[in-house]
Write a protein that binds this ligand. Structure first.
Ligand code: BGC
Length: 464
């Protein structure tokens, strides 16, 4: 019998982490031999980013990383998920590596280790070398997948003594769908179209683009295994589309799980099952991806861990007698949404996401690689930032996560998105996701109320 939890404790050794990504924090976009990425190009294109913001300086983490590691320590984090900028390592995407780029990540990881913070590296958080976009059309070509694997193998060699946990690719579905197609997002009452770098529409070729990205993941897993240290662990970090059972009865849970499997068909499902679902192939029709058996073997490479980013529920599901066997419950108009209208408040998603990943795919180690929200983060007269909405979100989501662990889901860590306010892609600096506030003029950092909550939760190893 599982122990009924009254103290809402997490297991010993649980990772209390914070997350960031290279383009969103580093700045130094053209320093020390770094090559251009598609995000440098996109942000420099007039009209693409709110207020014409760019990541040229971002929050200058490239120069302030020591201060930022000190901040992590101060807020009680014992793990840090960051991403490596591919064009910093290979300015042309492939070929000769840039020693100064590698050296930066060596310095960052040394600093982390010296402060008792475990580094978790993501190898791709959307900043594709522009050279590969120019040469191959980016992810439209499998040559990019191969170049990615070479870069990952090289990193595993270089950082193998310092970094034991790797995530191959962050949020496959976000950058593929927004970057190569454009997606419609529901903002509650209004729907908007969103696109991101490189900002091309490949139409039905999207099935092939998706395929190249999961092949890249698989080849990267193999390369990291072959070239990393023995105890290295690797897996994907996907924003799981989780259908949440509206009512927790066996029939609705089963329906929600089946829906979740289909919702993730192009990415998690095929990576963890090793083949595309029948429904997905039917939907693709004559545009189904052209695959080789070698591709499928790579895609199915066993992973040590599965990272899931959980912000919201894809939808609430109920069982249905009609095909496909579930009913998508529409969100009521008054359903609570956070500062970002796309973020429908649904703490149960962080219970069901790891449960389903475990029950459907037998994952042995699961990480919540992102969770969080933006807030208006006004500085009060006394200088404090009282982000009560972020505290509410964390408390409720972590309560559900703790419940999942009590129910035997093998969740080993939680990474809050984000350590500090940063460049929020198309929103520029308008959306603040940090536990730490950054004054974008002076770049001064200051922990918010939520940082205090996080520190207490990490200290107690329990929901605070
Ligand atoms: C991404 C982050 C992003 C965050 C908030 C995730 O989709 O991985 O880069 O800043 O959500 O929108």
């Amino acid at each position: 019998m599982t122990r009924p939890s009254t103290d809402r404790k997490f297991p010993q050794g649980f990772y209390w982490g914070v997350a960031t990504a290279a383009y969103q924090i580093e700045g130094a976009w053209n320093e020390d031999g770094k090559g251009m990425s598609i995000w440098d190009t996109y942000a420099h294109t007039p009209g693409k980013i709110k207020n014409g913001d760019t990541g040229d300086v971002a929050v200058d983490h490239y120069h302030r990383y020591k201060e930022d590691v000190a901040l992590m320590k101060d807020i009680g984090a014992n793990a840090y998920r960051f991403s490596i900028s591919w064009p910093r390592i290979f300015p042309d995407g492939a070929g000769a590596p840039n020693a100064k780029g590698v050296d930066f990540y060596k310095r960052v990881t040394d600093e982390l280790r010296a402060n008792g913070i475990e580094p978790f590296a993501t190898l791709y958080h959307w900043d594709l070398p522009q050279a590969l976009e120019d040469k191959y059309g980016g992810w439209r070509s499998k040559d990019t997948s191969k170049a990615f694997a070479d870069y990952c193998g090289y990193i595993a060699q270089q950082l193998g003594d310092r970094v034991k946990h790797y995530f191959t690719i962050n949020e496959f579905s976000s950058f593929v769908e927004m970057g190569y197609h454009g997606v419609e997002v529901d903002l509650g009452g209004k729907r908007v179209r969103m696109e991101s770098a490189p900002g091309v529409d490949v139409g039905r070729e999207i099935y092939q683009v998706r395929h190249h990205v999961i092949v890249a993941h698989g080849l990267a897993v193999q390369a990291i295994r072959a070239q990393g240290a023995k105890e290295t662990k690797v897996g994907p970090a996907e924003v799981i589309q989780c259908a949440v059972p509206m009512i927790e009865t066996p029939e609705h849970i089963k329906a929600a799980q089946a829906a979740t499997r289909e919702l993730n068909a192009p990415y998690l499902t095929v990576m963890l099952e090793g083949k595309y679902t029948d429904a997905y192939l039917r939907q693709a029709g004559k545009d189904a991806p052209k695959v080789t058996s070698e591709d499928m073997r790579a895609i199915a490479s066993p992973v040590d861990l599965v990272g899931v980013n959980v912000y919201k529920a894809a939808f609430y599901a109920m069982a249905s007698d009609e095909a496909p066997g579930w009913f998508q419950v529409p969100f009521s108009k008054s359903h609570p949404r956070m500062f970002n209208r796309w973020l429908t408040f649904a703490p149960e998603a962080i219970y069901w996401a790891p449960k389903f990943v475990q029950t459907m795919w037998g994952a042995k180690e699961i990480f919540i690689t992102e969770n969080g929200c933006a807030s208006d983060d006004v500085v009060a007269e006394d200088g404090g930032v009282y982000d009560t909405d972020r505290v509410m979100l964390m408390r409720n989501y972590l309560t559900q996560l703790q419940r999942a662990i009590d129910d035997a889901a093998p969740v080993k860590g939680y990474f809050h998105w984000s350590l500090m306010d940063n460049f929020e892609w198309m929103e520029g600096y308008g959306n603040r996701f940090g536990l730490v506030r950054v004054d974008f003029k002076t770049l001064e950092r200051k922990p918010k109320l939520s940082a205090e909550w996080f520190r207490e939760a990490a200290r107690k190893n329990a929901v605070a």
